[in-house]
Design a protein. Sequence first.
Lengths: 359, 502
Amino acid sequence: MNAKTQNNVLVTVDGTKVDAAPGELLIHVAARAGADVPTLCHDPRLDPMGSCRMCLVEISGQRRLQPACAWRVTDGMEVTTESGRIERHRQTLLSMYMADHAIDEETKLPKQRGVGNELLDLVLKHGTGPELHHIGTPREGREDNNPYIHFDPEACIACARCVRYCDEVEAVSAITLAGRGAKTTIATADQIGLLDSTCEMCGGCIDTCPTGAMTEKPSLNAPEPEKIVRSTCNFCGVGCQLDLHVKDDEVVRITSPEPGTTLNDGNLCIKGRFSYEFIHHEDRLTTPMIRRDGVLEPASWDEAIEYAAKGLMGVRDRHGADALGFVSSSRCTGEENYLVQKLSRAAFGTNNCHQCAAT
Amino acid sequence: MEKTGAQRSRVLELLEHYGGLKPGVAEQISRETGVPAADVYGVATFYTLVSRPDAGVRVCQGLTCKMKGSDDLVAELEAREVKHEQVSCLGQCDRAPAAIDEKLFPLSITPPGDLTPDNTELPMNLAGKDSSEYAALAKFHEVGAEAVLDAIDSSGLQGRGGAGFPAAFKWRAVRNQPSGPRYVVVNADESEPGTFKDRMVMERRPHLMLEGMAIAAKVAGADVAYIYVRGEYQEAKRSMERALEEAGEALSSWLDVRIVEGHGAYICGEETALLEALEGRRGMPRLKPPYPTEQGLFGKPTLMNNVETLACVPSIVLRGGEWFKAQGRTEAGSKLFSISGHVARPGVYELPLGVTLDELVEAAGGYIGTPIAFSPGGASAGFLPMSFRETPLDFKSLQAAGSMMGSSGLVVLNDTIPMTKAALWGLIFFEDESCGQCTPCRVGCKVQRHALERFIGGDKDALSHAGDVAWEMEEGSICGLGQVASWPLTTAMKHFPKDFGG
């Protein structure tokens, strides 16, 4: 039997008894028990790191507070996620985060960036402890003229979610934790620009970053969206789900839906995440065009299809069906590819059909 | 992600080979090992000896060296326009103020410290003659592992690295692991400010330590042993290499001993950070459990002991656990105390566990000036006032006093040293050496240091949150470094309230 589905240990979280698989991570078990354990460095797609220390809870038999994100449950374990000690810990820790984070001068709170700052959310929810002087650590950033990924070291909490994502999910390893102590930052090898590194510009670092230290460069000054529209990426046949952030009928940012909710599991590639300028581009074709006497002229779909069909049939009539060839785009779905080969074989009578991603 | 079969554990030795982190080196090592270049870069920037290959003269800014005029040395180097950098404790507190040159050779003109005079009745007897006869190892073959384990158990030997964990417990834990490869790792990464006893063991009695290591390997069932010695201890490393040569087949026939140099990171004295370093990663401590006895080096059961712990083993095996135990007063065995600062003859003294500071200082030739405080076990132990001069120096008593035995690197301070300054030097050390993995330590060390600097600068309220921050560092940090990193400040505030505006 698969151990992951074998519910055979009993864990008590804040008095509530929950079934769990042996060795399951406490953070998931606690969530099933209805406990709201705050996290920053946790991403279910990644191996636990336990470094942000937000999720520390009390566990029976443990003198020290322990990280729920990394602790594996055992039978009979008793867990407390709310207590005076934990509350003091969370608030003091948040004070320390504030002392090392870019602060908005007006609100005196962590700056809002990108699609949100989980640190700000936690500060608003849990409050902070002592008001500490800002330590103002200058952290090393880098000159980087890549068009898509912006890194602001002053908003980084060194949780390494971006580094771990790049390594564990994408297997690209373009970035690393560098330096140590308060100067710990995110770097590339020799601090080269991302374009010169192994980076594939998937932007997964942005997706996983809890504070917006990694953000979409084209959306740095993007306005708040009016609505978010779920759509399907049409750059290839995978069918990744996209969330289009729309303001005044313009797409101002694209994000992936939450990990675990759609087939792309929170991931996107460079095209899905960043290639949307064409939507509002002035050169974009919005109607079919027919070239007559060397000049492209707008046409209706019926006109255009008829024109193309005539041309193709003309070739067939003059030179035979095998003078034609059909190549479908890798952006087509399986169904569309099926239709293209049917058009090729049944309508025109040639086996010269190909799909551009087939080789 | 590294390639299958990547040779990650070669990364640090290659960084040394290419002269440290220079442009292009990360790429080169990536090609040679299959570890991603960014990853190599991240590893390199963690270790000071490879991240700053052109640092020039490295001047110690440990507590003792600061007290003994390292600032003057820095001023002199500046005046002579000699390239230099201030670094964390170099483990030469007996020769303070200490410095090393680019090739890591000691530059100090102060003669080396003293030792307890030769006395064959001492378990370690650093001044005695080192012997490559390996009589204890021979006895192991006679009596077997269980008898040796019983002797270690009855000796009451507690780990000498700082935690004081019963050695027999660890040894049994590894021995009892299911069959399969396992390792012995000697923690020779001595870096706690004020501590230089392990260096003395390695320089004076390398065979004693190697013999203890060999017996540990036999008991654990390991045929590979690593000695992780800090890079600044070049003489100790050479001494062990010579000893290994002398030992010849007695060891090499069955035990693959690998001496690995550290690369400049105090945190690698933390056992799981040390394992990360050996595996070629950034020396960031692992979450525990699992403990190294179950999943240590390369995920295999690993027995890790401090140099001094292992140096105690031959005498226990030869003369019995009860004999060793009787060498202590309040706790089992004798102990190597490094002592420096305001005492006449700094050095390493082997005395019973439970001696008092006064007795130890008497062995070291007496106090210089009027003592006001002492640091009982390195920076991690904070400070105690002289009212504790009669407190037994042992693990339990010092813990009860709100301090710790730690690595028993004692530093005595007289009334020429302001306690605020002494506390600040401790905080600077921890800030420089924090690995940066967990937030309480990464941010807390700097918050505390800034607060104390503001206080020294005249802001009387600057330390009002120091207690809260220290509390969180102790509650929230992953490893011992962060948990005690405020102690130089909080213990000084507690015992010397007047110096802190109280």
